[in-house]
Design a protein around this ligand. Structure first.
Ligand code: GLU
Length: 429
């Protein structure tokens, strides 16, 4: 089963301690100040408006009951219902979920979607669970948060280690609770249950379109680009395929266990055929290297498409690329970003580069509300338009204020949050 986003087990990777919420708040503060908003804007946006922590008892296959911890954070609902994925991962923390919800708000602001941000998570290791256990856990989570979610309240979607099948179970549980069919409750569903064409590939397509914008900006043809992708799950694998098909050289791929590197370009179709459902490239040749080595190999574009914090102060000085495109959420720490700025390495931020997923989730929700389904070409065309416009706005803001694209993306994202909160009378300025 394909997963939304490949991630690496943190203990197996080069991840530092999770500081996501603090980093979110630090850049938020900077962006609010540059925009000349009063401090109350920062005070309001620095934390989610609502946060729910739940205990979910689940009967395991061996007959024992296990209690799982789950979370749902709703960052801000001034612009509309909140929106964001649910991750299943052993290292999920409340702080991480809160930061991810804030990033979702910014993504929706940058791409001008009628949503605020949310995020959910369950502390579990889906790799050690049977499908039946996963189904019971997915249903248990929906029962636990059902008062707080809904098609006009808060709309979940896939995230790390969750996929369309999990969305289908969650939808079914929600429909049972509400006693009516409600496809707009959740996005990233299977197409047969009201999912959108193009949703599965949306995040990777979005990353591809931002990469094409970067090529335009730098006047370098895509075919001259040598790319390394860390992560071979949903995002990394589709992206590798698109780049390979378009003639770019994918010279490095990383998974949870290590990386493969070949200056002449990797055989992506072969790797796709030989990976498992968690993005592990099986039959690894003896030439494999560590994730750390992979990140530091020479290339034009480095694309972290796995977990957060992999580019940090320990390795930022050793990166050997000109451009970083953040396909994962939060892969570059704030300290690392500063080093990359000094080294004049362009970083295209996550809240812009990986917004393709939520953009097509929005399209899915529109289709559910209309009961009328679009062709893949329509979805793709509208995705490209939206992410390309968002890229331009962020780039223009970065140039105008002399800030990096990360800060510019926060500034673009905050504008809508602040304006909708002010119009509702929540903020006075
Ligand atoms: N989990 C994805 C993200 O982080 C998609 C969220 C959605 O589609 O609502 O952007």
């Amino acid at each position: 089963m394909a997963i939304e986003s490949l991630d690496l087990k943190k203990s197996e990777s080069v991840k530092e301690k999770d500081n996501s919420l603090i980093e979110f708040q630090e850049i938020l503060r900077e962006a609010v100040e540059i925009l000349n908003y009063p401090p109350q804007v920062f005070d309001f946006l620095k934390k989610p408006m609502r946060f729910l922590e739940v205990s979910i008892p689940i009967r395991m296959d061996n007959g024992q009951t296990e209690i799982f911890q789950g979370y749902r954070a709703q960052h801000n609902d001034a612009a509309g219902p909140t929106k964001g994925g649910i991750r299943f991962h052993p290292d999920v923390t409340p702080e991480e979920v809160k930061a991810l919800a804030g990033w979702m708000s910014l993504k929706c602001g940058i791409t001008d979607l009628p949503y605020g941000g949310a995020k959910g998570g369950i502390v579990c290791d889906p790799r050690n669970m049977s499908l039946d256990e996963l189904e019971r856990l997915s249903r248990g989570y929906v029962r636990a948060v059902s008062q707080m979610v809904g098609p006009t309240k808060d709309i979940p979607a896939p995230d790390m280690y969750t996929n369309s099948q999990i969305m289908a179970w969650m939808l079914d549980e929600y429909d049972h609770i509400r006693e009516f069919d409600s496809p707009g409750f959740i996005t990233g569903k299977p197409i047969a249950l009201g999912g959108s064409k193009g949703r599965e590939t949306a995040t990777s397509k979005g990353v591809l379109y931002t990469l094409q914008m970067v090529c335009e900006l730098k006047s370098i043809p895509l075919t001259d680009m040598r790319v390394i992708i860390q992560g071979f799950g949903n995002v990394g694998s589709y992206l590798a395929k698109y780049l390979y098909d378009l003639g770019a050289k994918v010279i490095g791929i990383g998974d949870a266990l290590g990386g493969l590197y070949d200056v002449n370009g990797l055989d992506i179709p072969h790797l796709l055929e030989n990976r498992d459902s968690f993005g592990i490239i099986t039959n690894r040749p003896s030439s494999s290297i560590s994730n750390q080595e992979l990140l530091e190999k020479e290339c034009d574009i480095l694309i972290p498409a796995a977990i957060s914090g992999v580019i940090n102060k320990q390795n930022a000085n050793n990166l050997n690329c000109n451009i970083v495109i953040e396909a994962a959420n939060g892969p570059t720490t704030k300290e690392a970003l500063k080093i990359l700025d000094e080294r004049e390495i362009l970083v295209v931020p996550d809240i812009l580069a990986n917004s393709g997923g939520v953009i097509v989730s929005y399209f899915e929700w529109c289709q559910n509300n209309q009961g009328y389904y679009w062709t893949e070409e329509t979805v793709d065309k509208r995705l490209k338009e939206k992410i390309t416009d968002s890229f331009k706005n962020v780039y223009i803001t970065a140039e105008k204020y002399g800030v990096n694209m990360k800060v510019a993306a926060y500034m673009e994202g905050i504008k809508k949050l602040a304006e909708t909160s002010r119009l509702r009378g929540w903020l006075k300025y």
